[in-house]
Design a protein around this ligand. Structure first.
Ligand code: ATP
Ligand code: MG
Length: 363
């Protein structure tokens, strides 16, 4: 998040598999948008994932980190593939992703689940349940039971015992609450904090701190609380009751995957990973590198294009331009263009490839 200017440095991480194809479609769209809206984008490509392992033997080389940190924002396609699956952990594409998140201080993951009217039938749930759903899940990304210590597997009285520790410090809760408050106030102003405060002490602290931050710093945000088991049920029963959800790392992992299924196709889901707002965020689709269709012009570029819209909104302070981009995606769906992943039999739509889809959005 930089203060508003008219020229931006963007790092592009094309990554692996379909990554370079969807990146090329998306940069075409961003170029058209910047011309139309009179701002300048200077893009620089950097290495990550399998491509970086092959080129320099490191899934996220220091050079890439420096490049990312010196730019206004980072757009990432996707990483990974069969080729590197048997490598030792530090030489796998995924460890590049973890290193990037950690070294860039990205502690908040924003995942929207927005059901577009044109694609209502792509969802596995009934039309009347998903129509109009527009949820943003704000997941804490660097704490919780994933990182708490002590952890391990011990042997006690001849039997193994496994344990992890759910820990949240007040400061960690405060900063994710501020991100969520900010996000909620830019949306409908409704925030639901999800925890398990009826059972877990750490969740009681979570609930107390979120309440304190909202009542002191986000007086206009309407805050509610929900237990995670109930939230999992309500997301399927009546998802339209939610606007913004904030929750910890493990609950967010589960609930954001659940929420994404309301939308239907992986090829439509963007995400943002952001930090304290002083450095750049990383904007990327929720899907992987889809090696099964790489190089065939079959990939859906819309998840990355919608991630670029999130970049405009959350990092570049270009809300109006983000909306133009999102409307352009909807306009192309209205024109009945569909990549294979969102094409339904007998829908009367025209099947297009990645390149044509990108060009259509740019136009
Ligand atoms: P990862 O472990 O990296 O998340 P994954 O195993 O979840 O990867 P993906 O690479 O996301 O798998 O692909 C899952 C399926 O969805 C594949 O069949 C793939 O072709 C398809 N898919 C993923 N992204 C897209 C896209 N953008 N357009 C079309 N199909 C896609
Ligand atoms: Mg996956």
């Amino acid at each position: 998040a930089v203060s508003r200017k008219d020229s931006y440095d963007i790092t592009l991480l094309p990554g692996d598999g379909i990554g370079p194809e969807i990146m090329s479609a998306t940069t075409g769209v961003l170029l058209a948008l910047s011309k139309r809206c009179n701002f300048e984008l200077r893009t620089t490509e950097a290495l990550i994932g399998g491509a970086a392992i092959d080129a320099v033997g490191d899934p996220f080389p220091d050079e890439s980190l420096r490049q990312c940190l010196s730019s206004d924002s980072v757009l990432l396609s996707c990483i990974g593939g069969y080729k590197w699956d048997a490598n030792p952990r530090h030489l796998r594409p995924e460890s590049g992703l973890l290193k990037m998140r950690k070294s860039m201080g990205l502690f908040a993951n924003l995942r929207p689940a927005r059901v577009l009217s044109q694609l209502v039938d792509a969802s596995t749930l009934k039309r009347e349940i998903v129509e109009g759903v527009d949820i943003m899940v704000v997941r804490e990304l660097t704490g919780d039971v994933y990182f708490g210590t002590p952890k391990g597997i011990d042997v006690i009285d001849g039997k193994r015992v496994g344990y992890n520790n759910m820990i949240y410090g007040e400061g960690e809760i405060e900063r994710i609450a501020r991100v969520a408050g900010d996000v909620a106030s830019k949306r409908s102003g409704k925030l639901c904090s999800v925890d398990k405060a009826n059972v877990l002490d750490v969740s009681q602290l979570w609930r107390d701190v979120v309440t304190e931050i909202m009542s002191s710093e986000f007086k206009d945000v309407e805050l509610s609380h929900m237990y995670v088991d109930n939230a999992a049920m309500q997301l399927i029963r009546y998802p339209k009751q939610f606007d913004t959800i904030v929750t910890g790392n493990i609950f967010g992992d589960i609930l954001s995957d659940e929420a994404s299924m309301l939308v239907g196709s992986l090829g439509m889901l963007p995400s943002a990973s952001i930090g304290d707002g002083l450095g750049p965020g990383v904007f990327e689709p929720c899907h992987g590198s889809a090696p099964d269709i790489a190089g065939t012009d079959k990939a859906n570029p819309l998840a990355l294009i919608l991630s670029a819209a999130m970049m405009l909104r959350y990092d570049l302070d270009r809300d109006a331009e983000a909306t133009i981009l999102e409307r352009s995606v909807e306009a192309v769906l209205d024109m009945k263009l569909r990549t294979a992943d969102i094409k339904q039999e007998g829908d009367g739509c025209r099947l297009v490839g990645c390149i044509e889809m990108g060009k259509a959005v740019a136009d």
